[in-house]
Design a protein around this ligand. Sequence first.
Ligand SMILES: NC(=O)c1ccc[n+]([C@@H]2O[C@H](COP(=O)([O-])OP(=O)(O)OC[C@H]3O[C@@H](n4cnc5c(N)ncnc54)[C@H](O)[C@@H]3O)[C@@H](O)[C@H]2O)c1
Length: 364
Amino acid sequence: MSETITVGLGDRAYDIHVGGGMLARAGELLKPFARGPVPVVTDSHLAELHLPRLLDVLRKSGIEASAIVMPPGEVSKSFAGLERLSGALLDLEIDRNGLIIALGGGVMGDLTGFAAGVLKRGVAFAQIPTTLLAQVDSSVGGKTAINAPQGKNLIGLFHQPRIVIADTALLSTLPRRELLAGYAEVVKYGALGDADFFEWLEVNGARALAGEDSAIVKAVAHSCRMKADIVARDERETGDRALLNLGHTFGHALEAACGYSDRLIHGEGVAIGMALAFQLSVKLGLCPGQDAERFVRHLKAVGLPASISDVPGARPGAVELIRHMAHDKKVTDGKLTFILLRGLGRAFVTRDVPLDAVRDVLST
Ligand SMILES: NC(=O)c1ccc[n+]([C@@H]2O[C@H](COP(=O)([O-])OP(=O)(O)OC[C@H]3O[C@@H](n4cnc5c(N)ncnc54)[C@H](O)[C@@H]3O)[C@@H](O)[C@H]2O)c1
């Protein structure tokens, strides 16, 4: 089973090809964009697992592919990582009409997209996302970045890929914890704008997580379609795109309080953050309590954390979390921006939230 979704951005429009086994078609799909040497940027985990097959498929299509292997993890999304990658790309003598391929999770996608965006003032790139998070979120929409010592994703630009190839079969090698973390972003789409999709996930989410072809392809494709629609309406996040940050203000604060360590990975922070956004919405009288309970029930059913007490180790305190939120880049004119809910599938952006209510929710 496969699906193609178009991100409608005029002359920068591109297709996302989702399907089990889609990697086999990478040569044919990338050939129209490939000129000269085509580097595949990946990390050392993927270099072992899926790179050899990709290189083989590309070469069989006559693409002159070679690999640049980076260390896995956020350490590569840094000035040092960018310097190393840019150097390797320049050594390959990529010209401005060339193509760079990112094979990996959000880290490889963000780093490669950013390097492509600044290399020779902009070279085309393609995304082959290999984590669930990258397939449903980071590979779509053109946000690219590296981290600064002052915070995550602070040095970046919008640079849309030319094509995204999401092979859901690649997820079979992903550790369960990473798979679940990506699933938090899938649930997010249901929570923010599509109650029917949320209901579908309640019934079929476990099948998708087990890698059943039709279920995982539908979950990924539907998520991409929702993100593509939002990005096409608001590429630069001046309005609706902020809805995609549901759970992220709380989630980032929790990640920061855990020192961006293994204690809490991004998607887990987002899952707890979304549950907190529901609780805050209920507390402010905006959202029916049953919707919040139903949401938390689904997180728990699939094995995602759903409250601050699920974070292992010492519980991060409300004061500390609010301090982290104030440092988050989603602060405008000194006011915190929250994505709240009027119910399942009905998120909205607001800056009108009393701090006392936030403190209460973080303390209970
Ligand atoms: N650009 C955006 O719009 C956007 C959106 C959300 C998140 N992000 C960024 O994405 C990053 C997180 O991405 P991530 O969660 O994909 O993490 P990641 O890229 O670090 O991948 C997680 C781990 O899984 C491994 N891995 C990847 N695919 C695998 C596979 N198929 N089998 C086995 N192992 C595999 C990786 O080597 C890595 O160790 C963060 O830096 C975040 O800021 C960007």
